[in-house]
Design a protein around this ligand. Structure first.
Ligand code: HDE
Length: 712
């Protein structure tokens, strides 16, 4: 053993980190070794032996018993036996994509986080979207919160922003999470319902826990049935803290705003889609990336200086409250683009492990008691889900920053650590790896030195006690149509609750404290007496409305990436089809020609027109709008075809834009549908223009009362 003093090592911050920054791309490339392609390769065992027969087990004679010595068969079956890992307890059903984040400018006045300082840098991201209640195989379009979890592989380590598509949560304290999840998950005796909250245990719990009132209202709103994953907002929910190079802290709330606008399905459409295309959301995400309609969001923050912490009517640490954007606008920081689909669902989407505790220098936590509990839960859950503490070595979880330390061994360790010293301090390995002092940039992580001077208590702060004023604010901020949907959603869900005392408690002790009109309308639908007053005195929010909460105000204004069905049959006007396709393409929308079957049709002038699918194969719920071009024979055929008639009726009921050639008036008459702002008859350019404008409005809301009167 040498007794010489080991050479003094350089500070890692000054040396290796600078180099690492330059080498980010090289590191990303080194991850390539984990992506495998079997093209041109021999079939081999996991240990590299070429296989000569993958059809037959080794047997004692062609009709004899199988032999235990068949290591090839045993390896294959053993691996198969263990293919599934425990699914996530919540957020089990998910889908994900790769992309990048880039900051618009240097935000170092706010934070020293490197990925928010250098506009020339593209930080790789992996984003997983999920539903919460249902298991892995459940439907995409159920009424539920959506997870919106972003892993940013920054040069300074991974930053996971593990949020949802709603800006608040059901409970205020982490200790209630298992209770909440047990209540919302399928009931224990029969494992029903799959993917929904319309059942007794959920409503029992939330009607007993008034802090859930605001979030339950959000889940009864259209936000819980998003049109697609790329038309959802995302939120970090908790108040976090930015810390700049001078050590100054600022409270922030994270927001993701989608480029394609924020919009939803209608309830009947969501329910039908759950059967017709269980994979509706994941398919849309996948296809939009394949087609080059890259989903994009703007990351922004609401900024609250520390000295303003107590200036609000609510507590910044209470996760059941928003900061209305009218009080603190969202400051844009940068943009995130998803431009690559995963290669392998299991290796990436299933094995990705998010943890709100994964932060980088420049970002820190607040004392939100829900966030504090989450910091424990996520690492713990990965240990059982991914089989041990080395889940950070799974390729999708690896940071691109180096991660040397003294942690060793345990199940599934893949790194072969060199050197003798797995402890710190050491002198044998030159003292490496060493601590990096905190610094204005590129320093080691240092927790924000918030002063804490208190008694140890199990208590809820008095400032967390208002559970209703922001729920009322949300309800008051909705458009007429959105309010009607909320009333319908409560009525639907509570209508499935078997115990009447639970329905009554939700109406009288929760809804009546939010809005009496809401409570009495729901009560009437349930056959309960209408409450005349609330059960608690609520100090109303001084803000009467927050327009930023209504999705009516959050559309993109264009029709990029929207999908239009063109219904055709033999004898269709081929030129009209081509003109519409051209006009839609110019707007970035996608048209699909749908025939009575998948076979091509003949146009009026004798040409062959290829169809993309049959009308039955791609139902109206898969589209944003429908167009019926002219051609007397085509119209005649469609008018006598129940599938085509149902197609139009359904699109009408789901408040979609519909364009019909003048030739097709008979179709409308047969269905007894009347022209309106989104049901347009004509063939000229101005009709096409009006059709495009109607699609951009997403739905024809004024049609809703008329649509309700039409048979389902
Ligand atoms: Fe989670 N949550 N959660 N959660 N959560 C999980 O972690 C938990 C909460 C969220 O795509 C689990 O890896 C506790 C709020 C998302 O992989 C688990 C509490 C928000 C995802 C867990 C909360 C979320 C999860 C299950 C209360 C919005 C999916 C599997 C203290 C800000 C991430 C897993 C992905 C997943 C625990 C509350 C969002 C069990 C204890 C609030 C998006 O660890």
């Amino acid at each position: 053993m040498s007794n010489k003093t080991p050479p003094a090592g350089k500070s890692e911050a000054a040396g290796t980190d600078t180099l690492d920054r330059q080498n980010t791309n090289a590191k990303l490339e080194s991850l390539e070794q984990f992506r495998a392609d079997g093209t041109g390769q021999a079939l081999r065992t996991n240990h590299g032996v070429k296989i000569s027969d993958n059809q037959n087990t080794l047997k004692a004679g062609p009709r004899g018993p199988s032999l235990l010595e068949d290591f090839i068969m045993r390896e294959k079956i053993t691996h198969f036996d263990h293919e599934r890992i425990p699914e996530r307890i919540v957020h089990a059903r998910g889908t994900a994509a790769h992309g990048f984040f880039e900051t618009y400018e240097d935000h170092s006045a706010l934070t020293k986080a490197g990925f928010l300082r250098d506009p020339s840098k593209k930080t790789p991201v992996f984003v997983r979207f999920s539903t919460v209640q249902g298991p892995r195989g459940s439907g995409d379009t159920v009424r539920d919160v959506r997870g919106f979890a972003v892993k940013l592989y920054t040069d300074e380590g991974n930053f996971d922003l593990v949020g949802n598509n709603m800006p608040i949560f059901f409970i205020q304290d982490a200790i209630k999470f298992p209770d909440f999840v047990h209540a919302v998950k399928p009931e224990p005796h029969n494992e029903i319902p799959t993917g929904g909250s319309a059942h007794d245990t959920f409503w029992d719990f939330v009607s007993l826990v008034p802090e859930s009132a605001h979030m339950v209202l959000w889940t009864m709103s259209d936000r819980a049935i998003p049109k697609s994953l790329r038309t959802m907002q995302g939120f970090g929910i908790h108040t976090f803290r930015f810390v700049n190079g001078e050590g100054k802290g600022t409270f922030v709330k994270f927001h993701w705003k989608p480029k394609f606008g924020t919009c939803s399905l209608v309830w009947d459409e969501a329910q039908k889609l759950a059967g017709k295309d269980t994979d509706f959301h994941r398919r849309d995400l996948w296809e939009s990336i394949e087609m080059g309609d890259y989903p994009e969001w703007e990351l922004g923050v609401q900024i609250v200086p520390e000295e303003d912490e107590h200036k609000f009517e609510f507590d910044l640490l209470d996760p059941t409250k928003i900061i209305p954007e009218e009080l603190v606008p969202v400051t844009p920081l940068g943009r995130m683009v998803l431009d690559r689909n995963p290669d392998n669902y299991f290796a990436e989407t299933e094995q990705v492990a998010f943890c709100p505790g994964h932060i980088v220098p420049g970002i820190d936590f607040s004392n939100d008691p829900l966030l504090q509990g989450r910091l424990f839960s996520y690492t713990d859950t990965q240990i059982s889900r991914l089989g041990g503490p080395n889940f950070h070595e799974i390729p999708i979880n690896r940071p691109i920053a180096p991660n040397h330390n003294g942690q060793r061994d345990a199940q599934h360790r893949t790194r072969i650590d060199k050197g003798r010293a797995s402890y710190e301090p050491n002198s044998i390995d030159g003292g490496w790896p060493k601590e990096t002092p905190s610094a204005p940039i590129d320093g080691g992580f240092e927790t924000y030195p918030e002063r804490v001077d208190a008694h140890k208590v199990r208590e809820r702060s008095e400032s967390f006690s208002d559970h209703f004023s922001q729920a009322t604010l949300f309800f008051n901020s909705m458009s007429h149509a959105e309010k009607e949907h909320i009333i319908a959603a409560y009525s639907f869900e509570l209508g499935k609750v078997e115990r009447e005392y639970i329905r009554a408690r939700q109406v009288n002790e929760i809804l009546a404290n939010i809005d009496l009109e809401l409570a009495s309308r729901v009560a009437a639908n349930l056959g309960l007496p209408a409450p005349t007053k609330g059960t608690v005195s609520v100090k109303p929010s001084s803000l009467k409305e927050s327009p930023a909460l209504s999705q009516m105000n959050l559309l993109s204004g264009d029709i990029k990436s929207r999908k239009v069905a063109i219904l055709v049959a033999n004898g269709v006007d081929g030129k009209a089809v081509a003109a519409l396709q051209k006009a839609l393409k110019a707007e970035g929308a996608h048209a699909k020609v749908l025939g009575p079957t998948s076979a091509p049709v003949k146009t009026a002038d004798g040409q062959t027109l290829a169809v993309d699918a049959s009308q039955e194969g791609l139902p109206s719920v898969a589209f944003d709008a429908v167009w019926v071009p002219g051609g007397a024979d085509s119209i005649k055929a469609l008018s006598a075809d129940g599938v085509a008639l149902h197609y139009l009726l359904e699109a009408y009921k789901h408040l979609k834009a519909i364009g019909i050639s003048k030739d097709g008036k008979a179709l409308l008459e047969a269905l007894r549908l009347k022209e309106d702002a989104g049901l347009l008859v004509g063939d000229d350019d101005s009709t096409i223009k009006a059709f495009i404008a109607a699609i951009a409005k997403h739905r024809v809301w004024d049609r809703e009362p008329a649509a309700k009167a039409i048979p389902a």
